[in-house]
Write a protein that binds this ligand. Structure first.
Ligand SMILES: NC(=O)c1ccc[n+]([C@@H]2O[C@H](COP(=O)([O-])OP(=O)(O)OC[C@H]3O[C@@H](n4cnc5c(N)ncnc54)[C@H](OP(=O)(O)O)[C@@H]3O)[C@@H](O)[C@H]2O)c1
Length: 324
């Protein structure tokens, strides 16, 4: 495993595991086996949260951790914080509810969603900072914030910057992360990238039938094939689906799978501290760990992946009640 120092108690592993529509699809025993294997192979960060379509995920994760017999000091937690009920529910109240469900007394990082324009930004930043001062989290990070918002938050907090910036980043969806605004932010070295949606919800790994089910359709009873995946920011999903066989072909030439090459791609960006991937099968986890060995030959395969680029967009604000 590779590790990178992002200012936490210990360096973060190059692969980390996401929990949205993964752990909640497993039995407790299966999930315990997956988590045990992840920790055994050196993965030390798990991204957890309360999800609109899988509200029992935190409890399922906690139960599996207990079954696996893993101790809290063996792993770090990144906790998603949403603004769906904000400011009626404070960030501290939301975080404490998650801590109870997770059966832990702190998380390592709170991953705070992008605030809306209506939010009192300075007060909001102080509220995030207070979570760290109160020991609820060791550090803070952000999900899908604009780079200007991150700079503004650092100014409010006297230079205390988010240790992780989670953004959608994969072999096809590159332009947002690689544009000059984020590039400048990451070049400063104050914040590192947590690459998410690395496999386009599984499409890049060959699950070509997957698609998004939005909250309103979900509420009407529609269910996704296999699992739900993120919205298609920029309307580029069909292009990504169509390019997957090409990714598979390039990967094969290097003795790799499409999933391995897609994961390795995100790790070639010097901004990336960790690639946050969703996994439900131990065989897939073992396979994905093999992505690391591809990094030595990146000069050979990186140019071949250029043709997979699409022009994606930064995701719009998400709220399962107000926005889709
Ligand atoms: N910031 C954002 O806007 C954003 C957007 C999306 C996701 N995220 C975060 O990123 C985390 C991970 O994203 P994700 O789970 O949506 O997407 P992902 O990592 O792009 O895809 C995960 C899916 O790919 C499949 N997969 C994994 N390894 C495979 C392999 N070796 N072979 C074949 N299939 C494989 C799995 O399907 P099966 O489970 O069916 O095996 C898995 O559910 C989430 O938990 C979430 O926190 C953030």
């Amino acid at each position: 495993m590779l590790y990178r120092d992002i200012g936490l108690d210990r360096p973060v592993s190059a692969l980390s595991l996401g929990s949205w529509n993964t752990f909640s699809r497993l039995s407790r025993r299966e999930c315990a086996g997956l988590l045990s294997l992840a920790v055994e192979r050196g993965i030390n960060l798990f991204d957890v949260g309360y999800y609109w379509d899988k509200p029992d995920t935190e409890e399922a994760f906690a139960a599996a951790m207990r079954t696996a017999g893993l101790r809290r000091e063996q792993y770090m937690l990144a906790l998603k914080l949403w603004l769906w009920n904000y400011p009626e529910q404070s960030l501290a109240e939301q975080a404490k509810a998650s801590l109870r469900r997770l059966d832990v007394d702190h998380v390592d990082v709170v991953m705070v969603s992008r605030p809306t324009p209506e939010v009192d930004f300075a007060a909001f930043c102080e509220e995030v900072d207070a979570l760290v001062r109160a020991g609820i989290a060791r550090a803070w990070g952000v999900t899908n914030w604009e780079p200007e918002q991150i700079e503004a938050a650092c100014a409010v907090l006297n230079g205390r910057s988010p240790c992780l910036v989670q953004l959608q980043y994969n072999v096809a969806r590159r332009n947002v992360v690689e544009d000059a605004r984020y590039a400048r932010l990451f070049a400063s070295g104050q914040s590192a990238l947590c690459a998410a949606f690395v496999l386009e919800g599984g499409i890049l790994a060959g699950h070509l039938d997957r698609d998004r089910v939005n909250p309103s359709d979900f509420a009407r009873g529609e269910r996704p094939r296999e699992r739900n995946i993120a919205r298609d920011a920029g309307g580029v999903r069909e292009q990504i689906r169509a390019s997957q066989p090409r990714l598979r072909e390039i990967a094969r030439a290097f003795g790799a799978s499409a999933a391995q090459l897609a994961i390795a791609f995100t790790l070639t960006n010097p901004a990336t501290a960790t690639a946050l991937i969703g996994v439900t099968k131990t065989t897939n986890l073992e396979e994905n760990l093999g992505a690391l060995r591809l990094l030595d030959s990146q000069q050979e395969w990186l140019p071949l992946l250029e043709s997979l680029r699409v022009t994606a967009a930064h995701p719009r604000l998400f709220d399962p009640v107000k926005h889709e």
